[in-house]
Design a protein around this ligand. Structure first.
Ligand SMILES: [Zn+2]
Length: 197
């Protein structure tokens, strides 16, 4: 399967989950490591209806020399995350639970003692996982710097407050499995919080 076909198939699944409303969200896969090149979904298209051609190659800064296709505005952060983490795939969606969680815990969302943490690559018991939260910004360099400042190699996710969530993995499947589990974990966290604020 080409990167474009794989990205389109994943986008259709995420759309079905309600995580890519409107034209929001973007996914990428690394197609070359040195120099870094990513295939990223194009901007402004309905993510439930992408074809294998709705993909554009970008460099580590999210720039392309494609004369026609426009990469997602957030492609620069995909590149930064892939460069820093060594991930093979980065997914970004506007799921609600991560954003609500960031509203309650703006300094980071703490998770522990939950079976679903195993699906996120951590332990179900006696392992505290802090999902970092950064402020939203339209400048991908600002977002990238904030991501890197709080990055830990054992936490493959970043919440952007009042915006959405980034998750990464070795490939699109691992990234999706991690996102599915993280979304469940954050929904649990929000719905069981004791402070009613
Ligand atoms: Zn976004």
């Amino acid at each position: 399967m080409t990167p474009g076909a794989a990205l389109a198939a994943e986008c259709a699944r995420y759309t079905a989950m309600g995580w890519m409303r409107g034209t929001s969200g973007n996914l990428s896969v690394v197609v070359d490591r040195d120099p870094l090149r990513l295939a990223v979904t194009v901007s402004g298209r309905d993510k439930g209806e992408l074809t294998a051609d709705d993909v554009v190659l970008v460099d580590a800064e999210g720039r392309t020399d494609d004369p026609v296709r426009v990469p997602s505005a957030e492609a620069g952060l995909h590149g930064r995350i892939a460069a820093v983490t060594g991930a093979g795939a980065v997914v970004h969606v506007h799921a609600l639970a991560p954003v609500v969680a960031a509203e309650h815990w703006p300094d980071g969302v703490e998770l522990r003692d939950l079976e679903m943490l195993k699906g996120f690559g951590r332990r179900a018991h006696d392992d505290t996982v802090l999902i970092p939260v950064v402020l939203n910004d339209q400048d991908m360099t600002v977002l990238g710097d904030a991501f890197e400042a709080g990055y830990r190699a054992d936490v493959p996710a970043l919440i952007v407050a009042r915006h959405g969530v980034y998750v990464w993995g070795a490939d699109l499947h691992q990234a999706r499995h991690r996102l599915e589990c993280l979304e469940w974990l954050l929904r649990f966290k929000v719905e069981t919080r004791r402070d009613p604020r």
